[in-house]
Design a protein around this ligand. Sequence first.
Ligand SMILES: Cc1ncc(COP(=O)(O)O)c(C=O)c1O
Length: 390
Amino acid sequence: MAFDFDAPFSRVGTDSVKWDINEEIFGRSDVIPLWVADMDFPAPKEVSEALCARAAHGAFGYTIYPEEFYDVFINWAKNRYNWDIHREWMVNSHGVVEAINTAIQCFTTINDPVLIQTPVYQPFFKSIRNNERQLVTSPLIETPAGYEMDFADLETKFASGVKMMILCSPHNPVGRVWRRDELVRLAQLLVRYNVLLISDEIHADIIYPGYRQIPIATLDETLARQCITLYAPGKTFNIAGLTTAVTIIPDEELRTQYCDFSNKMGEHIGNTLGITAFIAAYKYGSPWLDALNQYVWSNYQFVKHFVAEYIPQLRVTAQQGTFLLWLDCRNLPMKATECSRFFIDKAGLGLNDGTWFGKDGAGFMRMNIACRRSLIQQALEQLQNAVEHL
Ligand SMILES: Cc1ncc(COP(=O)(O)O)c(C=O)c1O
């Protein structure tokens, strides 16, 4: 079946965070928004059809999670990540960020050290700080072949008493799909120092050709018992607004603790339309996702070649997945703090400033490439023109 990701598709006027609040975010309404992590493509048609059919019924009362909800995800995880997830390991949630906050509150106490690898998705920082835990960072190491984990630094920090780590796998914003050897080494350290792991795998399905997502919990049985893995169809199928996610907790004791805590927080019911979309997406969305992955990868190649040829002052970092591209702008003749305004005011582009992901993101910009290629081309031409006028 053919999927046309080049087709024009407007989200303006849908109360879209990406398209309808430019003025508020960037101070200008006319920027091309290439920031927040959703896509400018409609979800697979089976998802919209299932939602329309459900909406046509007209009643939206309290809804259970039917067995099919669990079955479709178990199937998906087997086919996509080669993970045999047991039904009882699955706990429902309304979102990955919510689950991270729940786990922090449930398994750590005030001032407990929680580690993240920077630069990283900003809500990781917030979830630690908002809950008054101690933020411990382990900066990734930048290499020409992409970013790497700093195992010596991780070990030092684990040895000093870190209680929990939040792993981003694949990593937003640097686009690393972690290799087996890296994950095995990390798992060994986590087990040795008894650090509880939250593995945020929300980007697990956007993987470039030749790479494969490996859930860290599949690599070490002991680690699996101290690991909570988070998934959601929000990024994969562009249904983040339907707020339905799953948390995988193989260890019974951890799971009971987590569920008891969620109950105390009053989490007791799912989102009717979110459940419908979740089931349709994982049941029918595979061909669409394969085509999407091909398209996103081609966009990545397109940006890489365009930048190398026409804007050599910039550099596209080596990535293996995600629709979020990490652009090195440190060679532009300006201070890192001026980068964002340059992109907005001179190039007419709304990207994420690298420092949103931590101070080691200074001089970088994150560009969302999940949109039609003609828009990316327009954005790059505007950027080229702005850089040439510096
Ligand atoms: C690494 C990561 N985790 C979580 C989320 C958000 O997840 P949710 O919308 O399910 O809370 C994002 C969104 O960009 C993300 O990049």
